[in-house]
Design a protein. Structure first.
Length: 399
Protein backbone atom coordinates (compact mmCIF):
# COMPACT_ATOMS: atom_id res chain seq x y z
CA UNK A 1 0.00 0.00 0.00
CA UNK A 2 1.41 3.41 -1.04
CA UNK A 3 1.54 5.88 1.82
CA UNK A 4 0.36 9.44 1.37
CA UNK A 5 3.18 12.00 1.52
CA UNK A 6 3.79 13.42 5.00
CA UNK A 7 4.14 17.18 5.41
CA UNK A 8 5.42 18.99 8.49
CA UNK A 9 4.29 22.62 8.42
CA UNK A 10 6.23 25.02 10.67
CA UNK A 11 4.69 28.39 11.50
CA UNK A 12 6.01 30.91 13.99
CA UNK A 13 2.56 32.50 13.68
CA UNK A 14 -0.26 31.06 15.76
CA UNK A 15 -3.23 29.26 14.24
CA UNK A 16 -5.38 31.03 16.83
CA UNK A 17 -4.42 34.42 15.35
CA UNK A 18 -6.49 35.85 12.45
CA UNK A 19 -3.56 35.45 10.05
CA UNK A 20 -3.12 31.82 11.09
CA UNK A 21 -6.75 31.07 10.34
CA UNK A 22 -6.86 32.94 7.03
CA UNK A 23 -3.41 32.16 5.58
CA UNK A 24 -2.44 28.81 7.12
CA UNK A 25 -5.40 26.80 8.33
CA UNK A 26 -7.61 27.77 5.41
CA UNK A 27 -5.03 26.33 2.97
CA UNK A 28 -3.94 23.26 4.85
CA UNK A 29 -7.38 22.04 5.84
CA UNK A 30 -8.45 22.05 2.20
CA UNK A 31 -5.22 20.41 1.00
CA UNK A 32 -5.62 17.67 3.59
CA UNK A 33 -9.25 16.97 2.70
CA UNK A 34 -8.81 17.18 -1.06
CA UNK A 35 -5.39 15.60 -1.61
CA UNK A 36 -4.94 13.23 1.30
CA UNK A 37 -1.54 14.56 2.34
CA UNK A 38 -0.79 13.70 5.95
CA UNK A 39 -0.13 17.07 7.56
CA UNK A 40 1.25 17.99 10.97
CA UNK A 41 1.49 21.60 12.11
CA UNK A 42 3.80 23.08 14.70
CA UNK A 43 2.76 26.63 15.58
CA UNK A 44 3.67 29.09 18.32
CA UNK A 45 0.61 30.45 20.08
CA UNK A 46 0.20 33.71 21.97
CA UNK A 47 -1.55 33.19 25.30
CA UNK A 48 -4.45 35.57 24.67
CA UNK A 49 -5.24 34.31 21.18
CA UNK A 50 -4.94 30.68 22.25
CA UNK A 51 -7.36 31.17 25.14
CA UNK A 52 -9.88 32.91 22.90
CA UNK A 53 -9.71 30.82 19.74
CA UNK A 54 -8.37 27.35 20.52
CA UNK A 55 -11.88 25.91 20.38
CA UNK A 56 -12.57 27.34 16.93
CA UNK A 57 -9.27 26.03 15.55
CA UNK A 58 -9.88 22.56 16.96
CA UNK A 59 -13.39 22.60 15.51
CA UNK A 60 -11.98 23.27 12.04
CA UNK A 61 -9.27 20.63 12.51
CA UNK A 62 -11.88 18.08 13.53
CA UNK A 63 -13.02 18.01 9.89
CA UNK A 64 -9.50 16.98 8.83
CA UNK A 65 -6.83 14.46 9.80
CA UNK A 66 -4.31 17.24 10.50
CA UNK A 67 -2.25 16.83 13.67
CA UNK A 68 -1.71 20.12 15.51
CA UNK A 69 1.14 20.64 17.95
CA UNK A 70 0.75 24.12 19.50
CA UNK A 71 3.72 25.49 21.41
CA UNK A 72 3.89 28.61 23.58
CA UNK A 73 5.11 31.82 21.94
CA UNK A 74 7.38 33.90 24.16
CA UNK A 75 7.58 37.60 23.41
CA UNK A 76 10.24 38.75 25.87
CA UNK A 77 13.04 39.26 26.49
CA UNK A 78 13.94 40.00 22.84
CA UNK A 79 16.15 37.45 21.08
CA UNK A 80 16.36 35.14 24.11
CA UNK A 81 12.62 34.45 23.92
CA UNK A 82 12.97 33.46 20.26
CA UNK A 83 15.88 31.15 21.11
CA UNK A 84 13.68 29.56 23.78
CA UNK A 85 10.93 29.01 21.21
CA UNK A 86 13.34 27.54 18.67
CA UNK A 87 14.66 25.06 21.21
CA UNK A 88 11.11 23.97 22.04
CA UNK A 89 10.35 23.69 18.32
CA UNK A 90 13.39 21.53 17.62
CA UNK A 91 12.58 19.28 20.57
CA UNK A 92 9.07 18.74 19.17
CA UNK A 93 10.43 18.09 15.67
CA UNK A 94 12.79 15.40 16.94
CA UNK A 95 9.93 13.85 18.90
CA UNK A 96 7.71 13.70 15.80
CA UNK A 97 10.46 12.36 13.52
CA UNK A 98 11.13 9.53 15.98
CA UNK A 99 7.57 8.32 15.44
CA UNK A 100 7.64 8.65 11.65
CA UNK A 101 9.71 10.84 9.32
CA UNK A 102 8.27 13.54 7.09
CA UNK A 103 8.78 13.84 3.34
CA UNK A 104 8.57 17.63 3.30
CA UNK A 105 9.14 20.34 5.89
CA UNK A 106 7.23 23.45 4.81
CA UNK A 107 8.45 26.60 6.60
CA UNK A 108 6.48 29.81 6.82
CA UNK A 109 8.93 32.73 6.95
CA UNK A 110 12.45 33.10 8.25
CA UNK A 111 12.38 31.93 11.86
CA UNK A 112 10.53 28.72 11.06
CA UNK A 113 12.99 28.14 8.23
CA UNK A 114 15.82 27.91 10.78
CA UNK A 115 14.16 24.71 11.99
CA UNK A 116 13.35 23.50 8.48
CA UNK A 117 16.92 23.97 7.30
CA UNK A 118 18.10 21.93 10.30
CA UNK A 119 15.52 19.20 9.63
CA UNK A 120 16.63 18.93 6.00
CA UNK A 121 20.23 18.51 7.08
CA UNK A 122 19.51 15.93 9.80
CA UNK A 123 16.66 13.95 8.26
CA UNK A 124 16.92 14.58 4.53
CA UNK A 125 13.40 15.96 4.16
CA UNK A 126 12.60 18.27 1.28
CA UNK A 127 12.66 21.90 2.39
CA UNK A 128 10.19 24.57 1.27
CA UNK A 129 11.06 28.17 2.15
CA UNK A 130 7.75 30.06 2.08
CA UNK A 131 9.30 33.46 2.63
CA UNK A 132 6.16 35.63 2.98
CA UNK A 133 8.10 38.80 2.11
CA UNK A 134 11.56 40.13 2.93
CA UNK A 135 11.23 39.87 6.70
CA UNK A 136 14.67 41.12 7.91
CA UNK A 137 14.34 44.19 5.70
CA UNK A 138 10.77 44.78 6.86
CA UNK A 139 12.02 44.82 10.46
CA UNK A 140 14.95 47.10 9.68
CA UNK A 141 13.00 49.53 7.50
CA UNK A 142 10.16 49.79 9.99
CA UNK A 143 12.52 50.96 12.71
CA UNK A 144 11.68 47.98 14.91
CA UNK A 145 15.28 46.85 14.50
CA UNK A 146 16.68 50.37 14.86
CA UNK A 147 18.60 49.62 18.05
CA UNK A 148 22.29 48.77 17.36
CA UNK A 149 21.77 45.43 19.14
CA UNK A 150 19.80 44.28 16.10
CA UNK A 151 22.54 44.97 13.52
CA UNK A 152 24.17 41.54 13.90
CA UNK A 153 20.71 39.93 13.94
CA UNK A 154 19.87 41.61 10.64
CA UNK A 155 23.17 40.45 9.11
CA UNK A 156 22.57 36.95 10.48
CA UNK A 157 19.17 36.63 8.85
CA UNK A 158 20.36 38.13 5.55
CA UNK A 159 23.01 35.42 5.45
CA UNK A 160 20.37 32.84 6.36
CA UNK A 161 18.19 34.23 3.59
CA UNK A 162 20.96 33.49 1.08
CA UNK A 163 21.27 29.95 2.47
CA UNK A 164 17.50 29.40 2.34
CA UNK A 165 17.39 30.32 -1.34
CA UNK A 166 20.38 28.07 -2.09
CA UNK A 167 19.31 25.05 -0.02
CA UNK A 168 15.53 25.03 -0.35
CA UNK A 169 13.98 22.57 -2.77
CA UNK A 170 11.40 25.23 -3.54
CA UNK A 171 10.95 28.89 -2.58
CA UNK A 172 7.60 30.68 -2.47
CA UNK A 173 7.26 34.43 -3.07
CA UNK A 174 4.09 36.44 -2.60
CA UNK A 175 4.86 38.61 -5.62
CA UNK A 176 6.33 38.45 -9.11
CA UNK A 177 8.50 41.43 -8.14
CA UNK A 178 9.95 39.30 -5.35
CA UNK A 179 10.44 36.32 -7.66
CA UNK A 180 12.37 38.51 -10.09
CA UNK A 181 14.67 39.67 -7.28
CA UNK A 182 15.35 36.09 -6.12
CA UNK A 183 16.12 34.83 -9.62
CA UNK A 184 18.29 37.77 -10.72
CA UNK A 185 20.10 38.58 -7.48
CA UNK A 186 20.40 35.14 -5.89
CA UNK A 187 20.58 33.11 -9.11
CA UNK A 188 17.96 30.58 -8.09
CA UNK A 189 16.32 28.68 -10.94
CA UNK A 190 13.04 30.34 -11.87
CA UNK A 191 11.35 26.93 -12.01
CA UNK A 192 12.10 26.56 -8.28
CA UNK A 193 10.57 29.89 -7.28
CA UNK A 194 6.79 30.02 -7.29
CA UNK A 195 4.44 32.94 -6.82
CA UNK A 196 1.15 32.84 -4.96
CA UNK A 197 -0.43 35.97 -3.47
CA UNK A 198 -2.09 35.95 -0.09
CA UNK A 199 -5.52 34.50 -0.65
CA UNK A 200 -9.05 35.25 0.47
CA UNK A 201 -11.58 32.84 1.92
CA UNK A 202 -14.82 33.77 0.16
CA UNK A 203 -16.88 31.83 2.68
CA UNK A 204 -15.71 34.37 5.26
CA UNK A 205 -15.60 37.53 3.11
CA UNK A 206 -19.18 37.47 1.95
CA UNK A 207 -20.83 39.35 -0.94
CA UNK A 208 -22.00 42.89 -0.27
CA UNK A 209 -25.12 43.21 1.86
CA UNK A 210 -27.10 46.45 2.01
CA UNK A 211 -28.65 45.32 5.28
CA UNK A 212 -25.23 44.86 6.87
CA UNK A 213 -24.09 48.21 5.48
CA UNK A 214 -27.06 50.03 6.99
CA UNK A 215 -26.64 48.36 10.39
CA UNK A 216 -22.94 49.20 10.74
CA UNK A 217 -23.48 52.79 9.62
CA UNK A 218 -26.31 53.12 12.12
CA UNK A 219 -24.05 51.82 14.89
CA UNK A 220 -21.47 54.49 14.00
CA UNK A 221 -24.13 57.17 13.46
CA UNK A 222 -22.92 57.62 9.87
CA UNK A 223 -25.50 59.07 7.43
CA UNK A 224 -26.63 56.68 4.71
CA UNK A 225 -25.55 59.14 1.99
CA UNK A 226 -22.05 59.79 3.42
CA UNK A 227 -18.92 58.68 1.60
CA UNK A 228 -17.12 56.21 3.84
CA UNK A 229 -13.45 55.25 3.54
CA UNK A 230 -12.06 52.32 5.51
CA UNK A 231 -8.54 51.30 6.51
CA UNK A 232 -8.31 47.70 7.71
CA UNK A 233 -5.09 46.40 9.23
CA UNK A 234 -2.02 47.26 11.28
CA UNK A 235 -0.94 50.77 12.20
CA UNK A 236 2.59 52.00 12.91
CA UNK A 237 6.07 50.89 11.76
CA UNK A 238 5.62 49.86 8.09
CA UNK A 239 2.07 51.25 8.16
CA UNK A 240 2.70 54.96 8.89
CA UNK A 241 -0.40 56.58 10.42
CA UNK A 242 0.38 59.96 8.87
CA UNK A 243 0.59 58.44 5.39
CA UNK A 244 -2.69 56.58 5.93
CA UNK A 245 -4.33 59.90 6.74
CA UNK A 246 -2.59 61.76 3.91
CA UNK A 247 -3.96 59.21 1.47
CA UNK A 248 -7.38 59.63 3.06
CA UNK A 249 -7.14 63.42 2.77
CA UNK A 250 -6.26 63.09 -0.92
CA UNK A 251 -9.62 61.48 -1.65
CA UNK A 252 -12.14 63.98 -2.95
CA UNK A 253 -15.78 63.13 -2.29
CA UNK A 254 -18.99 64.80 -3.36
CA UNK A 255 -20.71 64.12 -0.03
CA UNK A 256 -19.86 64.14 3.67
CA UNK A 257 -16.72 62.02 4.23
CA UNK A 258 -16.04 59.60 7.10
CA UNK A 259 -13.11 57.30 7.94
CA UNK A 260 -13.34 53.91 9.66
CA UNK A 261 -10.13 52.51 11.17
CA UNK A 262 -10.50 48.76 11.63
CA UNK A 263 -7.53 47.73 13.73
CA UNK A 264 -6.63 46.24 17.08
CA UNK A 265 -3.69 48.64 17.36
CA UNK A 266 -3.51 51.65 19.68
CA UNK A 267 -5.92 54.25 18.29
CA UNK A 268 -3.79 57.08 19.69
CA UNK A 269 -1.38 56.66 16.75
CA UNK A 270 -4.13 57.75 14.37
CA UNK A 271 -5.56 60.39 16.67
CA UNK A 272 -2.16 62.03 17.19
CA UNK A 273 -1.45 61.97 13.45
CA UNK A 274 -4.91 63.44 12.75
CA UNK A 275 -4.25 66.29 15.16
CA UNK A 276 -0.89 67.07 13.52
CA UNK A 277 -2.35 66.99 10.00
CA UNK A 278 -5.52 68.85 10.88
CA UNK A 279 -7.90 66.09 9.79
CA UNK A 280 -11.37 67.40 10.60
CA UNK A 281 -13.58 64.62 9.25
CA UNK A 282 -15.08 62.13 11.69
CA UNK A 283 -12.89 59.09 12.42
CA UNK A 284 -14.50 55.92 13.75
CA UNK A 285 -12.58 53.07 15.39
CA UNK A 286 -13.43 49.39 15.59
CA UNK A 287 -11.83 45.97 15.95
CA UNK A 288 -13.28 42.70 14.75
CA UNK A 289 -12.69 38.99 14.76
CA UNK A 290 -11.56 37.49 11.47
CA UNK A 291 -15.10 36.24 10.74
CA UNK A 292 -16.64 39.68 11.23
CA UNK A 293 -14.27 41.94 9.27
CA UNK A 294 -16.50 41.76 6.19
CA UNK A 295 -19.36 43.51 8.00
CA UNK A 296 -17.31 46.69 8.38
CA UNK A 297 -16.08 46.49 4.80
CA UNK A 298 -19.70 46.39 3.61
CA UNK A 299 -20.25 49.76 5.32
CA UNK A 300 -17.56 51.45 3.23
CA UNK A 301 -17.39 52.95 -0.26
CA UNK A 302 -13.60 52.80 -0.66
CA UNK A 303 -10.74 50.95 1.03
CA UNK A 304 -7.21 52.23 1.73
CA UNK A 305 -4.05 50.15 1.24
CA UNK A 306 -0.83 51.68 2.52
CA UNK A 307 2.70 50.49 3.24
CA UNK A 308 5.91 52.38 3.78
CA UNK A 309 7.85 52.43 0.50
CA UNK A 310 11.20 50.68 0.90
CA UNK A 311 13.09 47.70 -0.53
CA UNK A 312 10.93 45.14 1.28
CA UNK A 313 7.80 46.58 -0.36
CA UNK A 314 8.53 44.44 -3.43
CA UNK A 315 7.42 41.44 -1.40
CA UNK A 316 4.13 42.90 -0.21
CA UNK A 317 0.92 41.18 -1.26
CA UNK A 318 -1.93 43.19 0.25
CA UNK A 319 -4.57 40.71 1.43
CA UNK A 320 -6.73 43.76 1.99
CA UNK A 321 -7.20 44.27 -1.76
CA UNK A 322 -8.73 40.83 -2.19
CA UNK A 323 -10.89 41.29 0.90
CA UNK A 324 -12.10 44.73 -0.19
CA UNK A 325 -12.99 43.47 -3.66
CA UNK A 326 -14.67 40.37 -2.27
CA UNK A 327 -16.97 42.66 -0.30
CA UNK A 328 -17.66 44.85 -3.32
CA UNK A 329 -15.59 47.93 -2.50
CA UNK A 330 -12.80 49.41 -4.63
CA UNK A 331 -9.42 50.41 -3.24
CA UNK A 332 -6.92 53.23 -3.42
CA UNK A 333 -3.19 52.91 -2.77
CA UNK A 334 0.15 54.32 -3.86
CA UNK A 335 2.29 53.16 -6.76
CA UNK A 336 5.19 50.77 -6.21
CA UNK A 337 3.76 48.32 -3.67
CA UNK A 338 4.40 44.67 -4.53
CA UNK A 339 2.41 43.67 -7.61
CA UNK A 340 -0.28 46.35 -7.29
CA UNK A 341 0.87 48.09 -10.50
CA UNK A 342 0.69 44.73 -12.30
CA UNK A 343 -2.77 44.03 -10.83
CA UNK A 344 -4.04 47.46 -11.85
CA UNK A 345 -2.90 46.84 -15.41
CA UNK A 346 -4.27 43.28 -15.45
CA UNK A 347 -7.75 44.44 -14.43
CA UNK A 348 -7.55 47.66 -16.47
CA UNK A 349 -7.90 49.87 -13.42
CA UNK A 350 -11.22 48.39 -12.40
CA UNK A 351 -11.56 48.72 -8.64
CA UNK A 352 -8.02 49.95 -7.98
CA UNK A 353 -6.64 53.47 -8.17
CA UNK A 354 -2.92 54.08 -7.61
CA UNK A 355 -1.65 57.55 -6.78
CA UNK A 356 1.86 58.97 -6.58
CA UNK A 357 3.64 58.65 -3.20
CA UNK A 358 3.28 62.44 -2.95
CA UNK A 359 -0.44 61.74 -2.32
CA UNK A 360 -1.74 63.77 -5.21
CA UNK A 361 -5.51 64.10 -5.21
CA UNK A 362 -7.51 60.95 -5.90
CA UNK A 363 -11.18 60.60 -6.68
CA UNK A 364 -14.08 58.80 -5.07
CA UNK A 365 -15.23 57.64 -8.51
CA UNK A 366 -13.15 54.46 -8.72
CA UNK A 367 -15.15 51.96 -10.75
CA UNK A 368 -17.09 49.84 -8.28
CA UNK A 369 -19.60 47.43 -9.79
CA UNK A 370 -19.77 45.13 -6.78
CA UNK A 371 -20.34 41.89 -8.66
CA UNK A 372 -17.42 42.56 -11.01
CA UNK A 373 -15.13 43.39 -8.11
CA UNK A 374 -15.99 40.11 -6.37
CA UNK A 375 -15.47 38.25 -9.64
CA UNK A 376 -12.03 39.85 -10.03
CA UNK A 377 -11.15 38.99 -6.44
CA UNK A 378 -12.09 35.37 -7.00
CA UNK A 379 -10.02 35.26 -10.18
CA UNK A 380 -6.84 36.57 -8.52
CA UNK A 381 -7.15 35.86 -4.81
CA UNK A 382 -9.25 32.69 -4.54
CA UNK A 383 -7.93 30.35 -1.89
CA UNK A 384 -8.56 27.51 -4.34
CA UNK A 385 -5.65 28.90 -6.37
CA UNK A 386 -3.43 28.59 -3.31
CA UNK A 387 -4.61 25.05 -2.57
CA UNK A 388 -3.90 24.02 -6.16
CA UNK A 389 -0.52 25.79 -6.10
CA UNK A 390 0.77 24.17 -2.90
CA UNK A 391 -0.60 20.76 -3.85
CA UNK A 392 1.29 21.02 -7.13
CA UNK A 393 4.49 22.08 -5.34
CA UNK A 394 4.30 19.14 -2.94
CA UNK A 395 3.81 16.68 -5.78
CA UNK A 396 6.52 18.21 -7.94
CA UNK A 397 9.32 18.14 -5.39
CA UNK A 398 8.51 14.54 -4.45
CA UNK A 399 8.31 13.34 -8.05
Amino acid sequence: MVKNPRILYLAYDGLTEPLGQSQILAYLSRINRESGFEISIISFEKTEGFAANEGRVREILSTTSIQWHPLVYHKSPPVLSTITDLRAGWKKIKELYKKEPFDIVHCRSYISALLGQKAKKKYGSKFIFDMRGWWPDEKKESGLWGNPIFKPIYRYFKEKERQYFAQSDFTVSLTYAGQKEIVERFHKEKSKVGVIPTCVDFDVFKPFSQETRDKVRLDFNIPSNAFVVIYSGSIGANYPPKDILKLYQSITAASEKHLIILSRKDHSLILNAAAELGVTEKIHFASATYNNVHQYLHAADLGIILYKLAFSTIGRSPTKLGEYWACGIPAVSIKGIGDLDFIQEKFKGVGLQLVDPTFESSSDSVYCDKEILRKNSIEYFDIKNGVSFYTGVYKAILA
